[in-house]
Design a protein around this ligand. Structure first.
Ligand code: CP
Ligand code: NVA
Length: 303
């Protein structure tokens, strides 16, 4: 049966671990100049209803590095559910492509697309989740910390698709996840409850950034206003100013804490130049790992 990757919880904990190890292996092979011909000419559909630098480029390059190729498709070609039904789009595209990768607003539309597609569907970001980013994040943590287990991970800022994705990961990999955010920028309530019910990790939401970051191994942030909500940027900045990652806050974490950001960053807002360009920042390793972590996911789904 075909598998999809719409949430990191589509993989078991063991599968996530295996896939992260595969990502590390694939990265080494790519760096050694080895061509991995696992896709054997297979073509991926890359549907984008929102802008992208990292995701588009890493998927296009990734498909090529695996011996396949990719086609970039926008809402001019596919206005899901408007020009034609999601069902028909899924059925038609399944006849052309080895996999359908999609970045769009509605998470439900991606779930529906996957239900009707006969080939794997990969979520390249929805308003709810960004699972491919989390795979690259975990690979980066594995490389820098030597483990992904039982770390204290502090997410500071807007409760958004990245925060929700961290909670999904906490349902599969044990961690002490602390979310420092304002009372009006909370992450998805159902996912908070689901994660607490899963009982594998501790998940705490707090409104004091200093408390959230105390002794953290990883400090993570993202923009305060995501794609599609940039009109809220000023209001969010007023609510989230105290959660900016700056040198003072980083000093409260463990001495060897790493600082992460999925990018694009709004420097001077959620993170200062001093921190993002500083010695504890791993943001460009994280961006690079999008390429390798996604190749590992594609290998699992397509081989
Ligand atoms: N982190 C990330 O997904 O970046 P893009 O929006 O540029 O793809
Ligand atoms: N939360 C951000 C992530 C960008 C990679 C957004 O959805 O715009």
């Amino acid at each position: 049966m075909k598998r999809d990757f719409i949430s990191v919880t589509d993989f078991t904990g063991d599968e996530l671990r295996e896939n992260l190890n595969l990502a590390v292996e694939v990265k080494a092979k790519t760096k050694a100049g080895e061509q991995l011909d696992v896709l054997k000419g297979g073509v991926g559909a890359l549907i984008f209803h929102k802008p992208s630098l990292r995701t588009r480029c890493s998927f296009e390059v990734g498909f090529r590095q695996l011996g396949g190729s990719a086609v970039y498709i926008t809402d001019k070609e596919i206005d899901l559910g408007k020009r034609e039904s999601i069902h028909d789009v899924a059925k038609v595209m399944s006849r052309y492509f080895a996999a359908i990768c999609i970045r769009t607003f509605s998470h439900q539309n991606v779930v529906e697309l996957a239900r009707h597609a006969d080939v794997p569907v990969v979520n390249m970001l929805t308003d709810l989740l960004h699972p491919c980013q989390l795979m690259a994040d975990m690979q980066t943590i594995l490389e820098h910390k030597g483990t992904i287990d039982n770390l204290t991970i502090t997410y500071l800022g807007d409760g958004n698709n990245m925060t929700n994705s961290w909670m999904k990961m906490a349902q599969r990999i044990p961690m002490d996840l602390r979310i420092g955010t304002a009372p009006d920028t909370l992450p998805d309530k159902a996912i908070v409850e689901e994660t607490q019910r899963a009982g594998l990790s501790s998940v705490r939401i707090c409104h004091d950034p200093a408390e959230a970051v105390e002794d953290a191994d990883v400090i993570y942030t993202d923009v305060w206003a995501s794609m599609g909500e940039k009109h809220l940027a000023e209001k969010r900045a007023d609510m989230l100013r105290a959660f900016q990652i700056n040198a003072g806050l980083v000093a409260r974490a463990k001495k060897d804490a790493i600082v992460m950001h999925c990018l694009p960053a709004e420097r001077g807002k959620e993170i200062t130049d001093e921190v993002i360009d500083g010695p504890q920042s791993v943001v460009f390793d994280e961006a690079e790992n999008r390429l390798h972590a996604q190749k590992a996911v594609l290998i699992k789904l397509l081989q």
